[in-house]
Write a new protein. Structure first.
Length: 143
């Protein structure tokens, strides 16, 4: 089992079918956290519960809603920015996450992200910091 960072293949075609709306007031996108036992990669088609971080201890099943979802163009690359997200009063270990569309039917996946190793928080704040939304750094890029 492994988590591999990738834009999900199904997302690529779903964008062309207008399933995902990244504009303000569009769809609600969420970020769910997973343990090292999870399998997430380009073939992940939708939000899954298997090996998600357990509910409680500062984490809620299905993770948290992403805010300030902002699509932009950086050169010839479409990018999407999100506000950083924090889980407070947290005590858990996560290996990666899945961004998915909570509004669309069956919670289709957008991208999987591997943290490069287990990240643990004990009675503290677990923060996901998104990089600059540009052609070289954005978490979600379409070139």
């Amino acid at each position: 089992m492994a988590i591999t960072s990738a834009v999900c293949n199904t997302f690529k075609t779903e964008v062309l079918r207008a399933i995902h709306n990244f504009t303000n007031g569009g769809n609600t996108f969420r970020l769910a956290l997973y343990t090292s036992s999870a399998t997430l990669n380009k073939s992940t088609t939708q939000y899954i519960t298997a090996n998600e971080v357990a509910n409680g201890n500062g984490y809620t099943t299905k993770g948290a809603a992403l805010t300030n979802v902002t699509p932009a163009l950086s050169g010839d690359t479409a990018c999407c920015d999100f506000s950083n997200i924090s889980f407070t009063s947290a005590s858990f270990t996560a290996r990666g996450c899945l961004i998915f569309n909570d509004t669309a039917s069956n919670d289709p996946s957008v991208c999987a992200i591997d943290f490069g190793g287990d990240k643990t928080v004990t009675s503290g704040t677990f923060t996901i910091e998104f990089p600059a939304a540009d052609a070289s750094n954005a978490i979600l890029r379409i070139a």
